[in-house]
Design a protein around this ligand. Structure first.
Ligand code: CAO
Length: 247
């Protein structure tokens, strides 16, 4: 088939040693696999990334209280995000779908399984937490903790990483104000999180009301999802987080 890709210039090949000392090493096995999947997804899917923020001031205060009251356990922001995502998927079912390779057929899913990108020494792994709509935030938190530890220590089977509705990728513990996460095909969207930001908002008395905002970066497959729905979906996630309670 004659496609535009056939007309790309060949990959530049250099003898890098001509420019200075270098060392040459192969990518690890997981990095090689991830690279081929990410390369395919980036080239094959027309990505658009929509950015928004969720007001998590009350959620963060609630989370800190919960952690203080439960010293043996630890709640992070990720479980409430997964819960809010599950609710948004129920409200916008097209986001819980896959486009088949023929480019003409949509598979709509009646389950809500959410992948969580985990940074491991071997590379990026994405375990899937099943039936997030039926589990509490505490149950989801415990599963994320267990599966991310397994990913980092023992690795994961393909089965543990397959069958997601959508993926969440959090860089918030490191930093950033927004990024373009690459969709984890055959899913049609992925939610990226970056670092909490304090923001001055107008207060009711005319003064300044400081709020804690979580940046949300939603990449979506524009063949399946239009921009207006992406904006509504992200707003729904933000609303779910603003209303979340550990009670
Ligand atoms: N802003 C500020 N702080 C945040 C935050 C955010 N958006 N999200 C999490 N944090 C905080 C947590 O609350 C925790 O702080 P405390 O210890 O004070 O409570 C700290 O950062 C560490 O959190 P964590 O990483 O242990 O837990 P998590 O549930 O937030 O994330 C996991 C778990 C597995 C998703 C994460 O460790 C990870 O691997 N992230 C990397 C994903 C990645 O690489 N994505 C890129 C994909 S594209 O290449």
């Amino acid at each position: 088939m004659n496609t535009l890709l056939n007309h790309l210039a060949p990959w530049p090949e250099y003898d890098f040693a001509e420019f200075g000392p270098v060392t040459i090493e192969p990518l690890g096995r997981i990095q090689q696999l991830t690279a081929s999947f990410l390369g395919r997804n980036w080239v094959a899917i027309p990505h658009v990334t929509h950015h928004d923020e969720a007001d998590v001031t009350d959620l963060e205060a609630d989370r800190k209280r919960w952690n203080a009251a439960n010293p043996g356990a630890k709640a992070t922001l990720l479980a409430p995000v997964v819960k809010a995502l599950a609710e948004a998927l129920a409200a916008f079912p097209l986001f819980n779908s896959s486009l088949l390779a023929d480019g003409k057929t949509i598979v709509r899913k009646s389950y809500t399984h959410i992948g969580v990108a985990v940074d491991t020494p071997q590379g990026l792994l994405v375990p899937v937490v099943r039936d997030c709509d039926m589990k509490s935030a505490a149950e989801i938190q415990a599963e994320i903790q267990a599966i991310s530890t397994k990913a980092r220590t023992k690795g994961l089977s393909m089965t543990e990483m397959a069958g997601g509705s959508m993926t969440v990728s959090s860089l918030g513990h490191i930093g950033g104000t927004g990024f373009t996460p690459i969709i984890n095909a055959p899913e049609v969207a992925i939610l990226g999180l970056t670092k909490l930001q304090p923001r001055p908002m107008p207060g009711a008395d005319g003064g300044i009301n400081w709020r804690l905002m979580l940046p949300l970066s939603l990449s979506y497959d524009h063949r399946v999802i239009n921009g207006a729905d992406a904006a509504r979906f992200t707003q729904k996630v933000a609303d779910g987080l603003a209303e979340f309670s550990y009670e």
